[in-house]
Design a protein around this ligand. Structure first.
Ligand code: NZQ
Ligand code: ZN
Length: 388
C-alpha cells in the first residue's frame, strides 16, 4: 500500500427537504452570491423558486448566471468570471449536476487568476486562492459535489480537459435524493454508469495489498448495481435514490483511492468523445469501459477474475482465469444494457470517422494516459475500434 494524505472538507447535508437549509447555510459565509444553474430543469421542478425564497428569507443578494450546458463550456465560465469580478462576488452556489458544479468551480478558480482561465486546464497546478463554491445536487453522477476536480470544454477545438485543486472542493453540498425523482431514466442511468466508472478507475490498479479499498470498491459497486435495478422497477423509490446518491459521492470523494493509484485512461478517452460529439459522459463511459477492459484484461488476470467473482458472483475457473475475466466484462456490459445504456459507438450513431483524430488529441498535451496500462495514440485507437 502506498503512502497517502487524505483530507475532504466538504460538509454533506443529506436527506429529505435539506434544500430548505440553503439560506442559513450560505449566511454562515456571505451575504451575496452568484447563483449558477443549467438549462431549466430546476425551474420546471420548482426547485428554483424554493431556493430563491430560502435565500431571500436570509436577505442574501443574488446575481444569476444560467445556461450551463452538459459538458460545460469555457465561454460561459469566462462570462461568470467577469460577473464575479464586476460585482465583487466571492461565493458561488451551483444548483444542478456535475456540469453546473464544474462550471462554478472553473469560475471560482478563474476570478483570482490574471491569465486566461484555460491555462489552468493545460498546466493543472492551481496555486492561488479560489472562491468558495457550495452546491445543491440534482443528479448523482460526477461526484463533483465533494471532488476537487473540474472538467470544462473549450469550444475552440472542442478540447475537454480537467483540472483540480483541494480548494475546489465545495464548502458544503446539499443532497436531497427527492430532487432526483424528476430525472429522466436516461440521465439516471448515465449517472450510474459514471459512478461505476469512477470506482473501476480506482479498482484497476497495479498496487498490491489494497484489500480494504478493494472490498470497499466491490461493496459500493454491488450497492449501486442492486439499487439501480430497483430504480428500473420504481424510479420513485426514495431509499434506492438515496443509496445511489450516497454511492455517487463515495465513488469519487477519493476515500476509495487511499493507498492506491488508479488508472483514469477511460475517463481521458471518454472526454475526447463527449468533447467532440457532445454525448452524455456516462453514455461515453458505458461504451468505452468495456472496450478498455477487453484491451487490457490480460495485464492482470487475477484482478479481472476477482472483479468478476466478487462483483458479479461469477465462479472463478482457476484453470482459465481469462474465461472468468471475460465473463466479468460481459456481465458489466449486460448490466449497462439492462439500464438502457449504449455499449457500442454505433448505439449513439458514431462511426469510425474521427477515431484517429480523437486518439491523437488524447495525448496532445501529455506522453500517455492511464496508470494500470499506459495508453498512447496507437492503443487508444485499438480501444476505439473495440467500441465500434
Ligand atoms: O441543465 P438542466 O436543465 O439542469 O438539465 C440537466 C442536464 O440536461 C439534467 N438534470 C440535472 N438534474 C436534473 C435534470 N433533469 C431533471 N431533473 C433533475 N433533477 O441532466 C442533464 C445532465 O446534467 P449534467 O450536470 O451534465 O450531468 P452530470 O452530473 O453527469 O455531469 C456531467 C459532467 O461532469 C463531468 C463530465 O465530464 C460532464 O462534463 N465530470 C466531472 C467530474 C468532477 N468534477 O469531478 C468527474 C466526472 O468524471 C466527470 O468527468
Ligand atoms: Zn466520470
Amino acid at each position: 500500500m502506498r503512502n497517502f494524505n487524505y483530507k475532504n472538507d466538504t460538509e454533506i447535508i443529506f436527506g429529505k427537504n435539506t434544500e430548505e437549509k440553503i439560506g442559513k447555510e450560505i449566511k454562515k459565509y456571505t451575504n451575496k452570491i452568484l447563483l449558477h444553474y443549467g438549462g431549466g430543469s430546476i425551474k420546471s421542478s420548482g426547485l428554483y423558486d424554493k431556493v430563491i425564497s430560502y435565500l431571500k428569507n436570509e436577505n442574501i443578494e443574488i446575481v444569476e448566471l444560467s445556461g450551463v450546458k452538459p459538458n460545460p463550456r469555457l465561454s460561459l465560465v469566462k462570462e461568470g468570471i467577469e460577473i464575479c469580478r464586476k460585482n465583487n462576488i466571492d461565493f458561488i452556489l451551483a444548483v444542478g449536476g456535475g456540469s453546473v458544479i464544474d462550471s462554478a468551480k472553473a469560475i471560482a478558480a478563474g476570478v483570482n487568476y490574471d491569465g486566461d482561465v484555460w491555462d489552468l486546464f493545460i498546466d493543472t497546478s492551481i496555486n492561488h486562492p479560489c472562491l468558495n463554491v457550495a452546491t445543491i445536487l440534482t443528479i448523482p453522477a460526477a461526484g463533483s459535489e465533494t471532488s476537487s476536480g473540474c472538467v470544462i470544454t473549450n469550444e475552440d477545438g472542442w478540447y475537454k480537459r480537467s483540472t483540480g485543486h483541494p480548494s475546489l472542493r465545495p464548502v458544503f453540498s446539499i443532497m436531497n435524493p427527492e430532487l432526483t425523482f424528476t430525472l429522466p431514466k436516461y440521465q439516471t442511468s448515465c449517472g450510474i454508469s459514471d459512478m461505476i466508472a469512477h470506482i473501476l478507475e480506482r479498482y484497476f490498479t497495479n498496487e498490491k495489498h489494497v484489500d480494504l479499498t478493494d472490498r470497499l470498491c466491490e461493496g459500493t459497486l454491488k450497492a449501486i448495481i442492486e439499487n439501480a435495478l430497483r430504480l428500473n422497477i420504481d424510479p420513485n423509490d426514495y431509499n434506492a435514490r438515496a443509496e445511489i446518491m450516497l454511492s455517487g459521492m463515495i465513488a469519487h470523494n477519493n476515500s476509495l483511492s487511499m493507498g492506491r493509484i488508479g488508472d483514469w485512461a477511460t475517463h481521458d478517452i471518454e472526454h475526447e468523445l463527449s468533447g467532440i460529439y457532445d454525448i452524455a459522459h456516462g453514455a461515453g463511459l458505458s461504451i468505452l469501459f468495456p472496450a478498455w477492459m477487453k484491451y487490457v484484461y490480460k495485464h492482470d488476470l487475477n484482478r479481472f477474475a476477482q472483479f468478476a467473482n466478487r462483483v458479479f458472483n461469477i465462479d472463478i475457473n482457476i484453470n482459465n482465469l481469462e474465461e472468468t475475466s471475460l465473463k466479468g466484462i460481459e456481465a458489466l456490459e449486460n448490466f449497462f444494457t439492462d439500464m438502457d445504456l449504449p455499449t457500442r459507438l454505433s448505439h449513439v450513431d458514431i462511426d469510425d470517422n474521427r477515431i484517429e483524430e480523437m486518439s491523437k488529441k488524447l495525448v496532445a498535451y501529455c506522453d500517455h494516459v492511464g496508470n494500470f496500462v499506459e495508453i498512447r495514440e496507437k492503443e487508444a485507437l485499438e480501444i476505439f475500434k473495440l467500441a465500434l
